[in-house]
Design a protein around this ligand. Structure first.
Ligand code: NG1
Ligand code: ZN
Length: 528
């Protein structure tokens, strides 16, 4: 077929370095940008096949999120804004690792396995982040798309979080970038309009844009906020390097404010995005200069508490749950289950896992501790809220709660975790509750914890179960961890192979920082 001839011809221009093997992991393919040209071309091919199979537009994101500027990566996005299924991740790995001369065979295998009708039209939407390598790498994706006769629906140099949103073709509002801003900003203004007496101080937020795409988008969006949120934007991409000593990952891991920000006043509310703006963390320093981090767990707690209160006031019997991973601080889980009486579920690391579990509930709030997350509402829940908001026969209290719930739905990007939408949601909740960042912080106190990375010969020898909280192999490892944990108070520890780096991650928490550090260290020795 002529199509396959074209693939052969084009693939010669995107050759695979001999011996290079890469795995489609939690965040797609991610490594040094120099190794990715052939991967991009091949993901263009795969996205075209996926589009033919689903008869819908597929998204391709060229980004390496919080990783350094010299890295890059690629992941495919399904028509409803979700990550592709496990089978297709395996197809991606097969296609990426096929030697140059075996590429056509690998491609044909996928076509056969998936029974793809090659005469079906294909549409692919490609987005890239602000990295210098992104322009040529996204072109390689487009070369792959056109080699298989797919149409590209535009190469967007843009905010990657709006791609899933736009793939949903307007399900969540007008499917344009302009629609994206107006919808979220309008909802934010509606939510905050009756919060009387907010001072300029309360409306002020200090934002670290990680020198990434989120910063550019916030600049474009600001006018829609009509001064109801006044953002001091640092690390806006005009000077510093992407994610370099700034951004959500730096702040979370280093437990300190980003560089490149203005001097933070005591109590000033601050937040950081990561480079592709799908993670956000909040922080402040107190009057003694001590740094306080409010991570994904604190956000999930604030949001679920707010939603639960509104559902109760509205008299709506809807099932709400918080979905976390093993990295969630034990204090947050304890607070949610025992004080808030909210159902908590734990899943494997990676947003796609959290997203799927959250879909099982009427209202599913999901966050990773590192700041990835969002809230999902079932169709039935949205309908009930909508009906109540329009009902003229309900009392004021119920009506007010229903209206707040409706606007809350509108401020949320349900397709995927999105730092801008999460920021507007948190800002709105704090405004409505008249809460300072310190008050939010004191809802519960994090247990001291430590995360370590351990380099081993082959991280895949560790296999886990129970949402990655227990190691099944190698033999004896879990027993060793259990024995170490017993030595400390309020202690918990687990190990798992990273899905994005060639390391084993060790997590430990305990009643004091010294104990958490010691436990993490001892467990990391047990991993060798
Ligand atoms: P891995 O490398 O599998 O631990 C990391 C993060 C995840 C998620 C993914 C995707 C931690 C401990 N892990 O996964 O939460 O964000 O990257 O970016 O933060
Ligand atoms: Zn990211």
């Amino acid at each position: 077929m002529a199509q396959f001839q074209e693939v052969l011809k084009q693939s010669a221009l995107h050759p695979k370095p001999a011996g290079l093997v890469l795995q489609y992991g939690t965040s797609g393919f991610r490594t040094n940008a120099k190794q990715l040209d052939h991967i991009m071309f091949r993901m263009g091919l795969l996205a075209t096949l996926r589009s033919k199979k689903t008869k819908a537009t597929i998204g391709v994101m060229v980004t390496a999120s919080h990783n350094p500027e010299e890295d890059n990566g690629v992941k495919l996005i399904d028509p409803m804004g979700e990550m592709v299924t496990q089978d297709w991740e395996e197809h991606a790995t097969q296609l990426a690792n096929a030697d140059q001369e075996d590429l056509l065979t690998a491609l044909k295998n996928i076509i056969e396995k998936e029974a793809i009708n090659m005469s079906q039209e294909a549409n692919v939407f490609v987005g890239k982040d602000t990295r210098s390598s992104s322009a040529s790498l996204s072109q390689a994706v487009l070369d792959g798309v056109s080699a298989l006769g797919g149409h590209s629906k535009g190469k967007r140099s843009g905010y990657l979080k709006d791609i899933p949103y736009m793939l949903c073709n307007g399900k969540y509002g007008e499917a344009t970038v302009e629609g994206y801003y107006t919808k979220f900003c309008q909802a934010f203004i509606q939510l905050t309009k009756n919060t009387s007496n907010r001072t300029d101080d309360q409306k002020h937020l200090c934002l670290d844009g990680a020198n990434g795409i989120g910063a550019l988008k916030v600049r474009e969006m600001e006018s829609h906020l009509k001064k109801e949120l006044q953002i001091s934007l640092n690390n806006d991409g005009s000077k510093g390097r992407l994610n370099h000593q700034c951004g959500a990952d730096y702040v979370k891991v280093q437990q300190k404010p980003p560089t490149g920000a203005h001097r933070i006043n005591p109590g000033e509310r601050c937040c950081s995005f990561d480079g592709d703006a799908d993670r956000i963390v909040y922080y402040y320093t107190d009057s003694e200069g001590t740094f306080h981090l409010l991570d994904g767990d604190k956000m999930a707690t604030l949001i679920s508490t707010f939603l639960k209160e509104l559902l109760t006031q509205a008299g709506l019997d809807l099932k709400i749950a918080v979905v976390q991973t093993a990295y969630a601080n034990g204090s947050s889980t304890h607070y949610l289950e025992n004080t808030m009486k909210v159902l908590v579920r734990c899943t494997k690391t990676g947003v796609k896992h959290l997203h799927h579990v959250a879909q099982e509930f009427d209202v599913g709030v999901y966050f990773e501790a590192n700041g990835h997350g969002t809230v999902l509402f079932s169709k039935a829940a949205e309908e009930k809220i909508q009906q109540l908001a329009e009902d003229t026969n309900v009392n004021d209290k119920r009506k007010k709660a229903a209206l707040l719930l409706r606007n809350t739905i509108n401020v949320i990007n349900q397709t995927v975790g999105d730092a801008i939408s999460d920021m507007l949601l948190i800002e709105a909740i704090l405004a409505i509750k008249g809460m300072t960042i310190q008050q939010w912080d004191t809802i519960y106190t994090d247990l001291p914890n430590r995360q370590l990375k351990v380099k081993v010969a082959d991280r895949r020898v560790i296999d886990t179960t129970d949402a990655e909280r227990r190691a099944v192999t190698p033999a004896g490892l879990q027993e060793a961890i259990d024995n170490l944990v017993k030595k400390y108070r309020q202690a918990r520890s687990f190990v798992r192979p990273s899905g994005t780096e060639d390391v084993v991650r060790v997590y430990a928490e305990a009643d004091t920082q010294e104990s958490a550090d010691a436990l993490a260290h001892e467990v990391s020795l047990a991993v060798y």
